[in-house]
Design a protein around this ligand. Sequence first.
Ligand code: NAP
Length: 267
Amino acid sequence: MKFAITSKGDSKSDQLKARIIQYLEDFELVYDKEQPDLVISVGGDGTFLEAFHTYNHRLKETAFIGVHTGHLGFYADWLPRDIEKLVIGIAKSQFEVVEYPLLDIKIYPQDGSEVNHFLALNEGSVKTTEGSVVLDVNIKGEHFERFRGDGLCISTPSGSTAYNKALGGGIIHPSLESIQITEMASINNRVFRTIGSPLILPKHHVCELKPIHDDRSFLITIDHNTRTYTNVSSIECRVADEKIRFARFHSFPFWKRVHDSFISDER
Ligand code: NAP
């Protein structure tokens, strides 16, 4: 089996990366940054997001695993002290795979030029530096509302514990193939009206965001990456056909991770 390791870049993560490479090469596994079967991310959830975006062109072939060198993460859920157990698991056993849904985002330009197409592991968000974001929100081809406010966040189930949670969204179990739309400070008065609640869309319900003003620029984030887009005709969001595959060597149920991250990790 071929493996690659990404590191947060601090000395603790780099040392752990070197140790894992040494251990796995001792078991005659091959370090291959280009075409790994398994990617091990060492750092935090932010490092894991980087690893996902580096290898998201080969999601069918590559499985992921996260080791945390800071606090417990949602993706980085292995402890450095359990690294020997993990290495033996990788070297000696056929690993189980658990799949989580992703968000598919397409940004269509007004001039019909190339569509920007992304996959997000946590979320995409739409904001602006020029006043309020004003968008028509269409769901499944029907007009739903005209949104005015700071922006919208569209998250995956596994991203529901990240930015989405801070915006008052619900935590969604990743076995539910869905996306969640949460508002950022919507304007609500007698003139402007939005639903005001997070919306959870099933697979195949496409959400289209259509800017009202042709000349506004938008800050669009895809996980940890932010870019400015001008002349946006529409932004299309749906549950992706692709999924991320996690290599599983021990059971760490999602609700236990939620509990240990947000309530307490003391038993
Ligand atoms: P960052 O601002 O350096 O860190 C954001 C925090 O979110 C980190 O503590 C990170 O964990 C944690 N995180 C990432 N994915 C998570 C998940 N699925 N569940 C629970 N916590 C998660 O940014 P970054 O490291 O580049 O990560 C980008 C992410 O930050 C975005 O995808 C977005 O979800 C999140 N974000 C959150 C807020 C907010 O909560 N108000 C605002 C903007 C963005 P680690 O420390 O383990 O890396």
